[in-house]
Design a protein around this ligand. Sequence first.
Ligand code: SF4
Length: 306
Amino acid sequence: MENIERYKHLNKYLKDKFGERTLKICIDGGFTCPNRDGLVGTGGCIFCSERGSGDHIKSVVEISTQVQNYFKTYKAKRANKFIAYFQNFTNTYADLNTLKSKYDSALIDDRIVALAVATRPDCVTEDICKLLKSYTNKYYVWVELGLQTSNNVTGTIINRGYCSEDFTKAVSLLNKYNIDVVTHIMVGLPNESLDDLKNTVDFINLHNIQGLKIHSTYVVKNTVLEKMLNDGSYVPITLEYYLECVSYILTHISPNIIIHRVSGDAPKDLLVAPTWNSHKKWIINGLDKLLRSQDLWQGMYYYKNK
Ligand code: SF4
């Protein structure tokens, strides 16, 4: 059992789907977020950084220029196929013409084979689904939806500005148009216990989603969560607890879900805590070791829950 794949890795999935290594081009589409511009709220989620969770994208330039610049980098030499990934803020938060124009601006190179769009569940409408569907003739399209937790009380504490029922509605709409859904969840949110996490996993299992991103909650500079850390109202989780939680998630979700991430990716210059978050290898290797030593694999307890 040493060499088996214990969970479904995104890279392998993309390689099988496109026949070769396929890399993401992270794009800042110049969007904002209704939880920042006042429509839903102004402060944003308590963990959200000033660049809307895409801090490694250093400069905001024209979308087409970002793509052209990417193809000049050494990274672009490592593959022949690419995904245009709209990452920062809420990438469906604009009128349809603006959305189309922004997506089209990224799809300017024949090597791009997929369009990925990260957004909030309360910013998915039928018309947006139709627009995204229109790209599926030529591209593999997926939508990333923040959930973080199924617990609406935690949702209020983190100030996400939508409820879990919004997530259910958005997934149903995307399912209707056969657009793949990748869900983000977070481990180590304020006031969350292991039972909350288990409830979130049960909640996810009620939905038809195709991918999952598991993030560790980390504190970056100039966020509400940093203030909570400083006044003692938030205590970051340990790496050991994180790994225990990730192994629970993996063993209890559907074996068919593609795992896009098993850790958050905090920018080192902004990370305040926990320090282990900046050691990606500790997380990946620690998780592999845990799964191997306990002979665990994705979905092994999934069917028992059904
Ligand atoms: S929904 Fe996303 S972009 Fe908006 S405040 Fe929350 S984390 Fe930031």
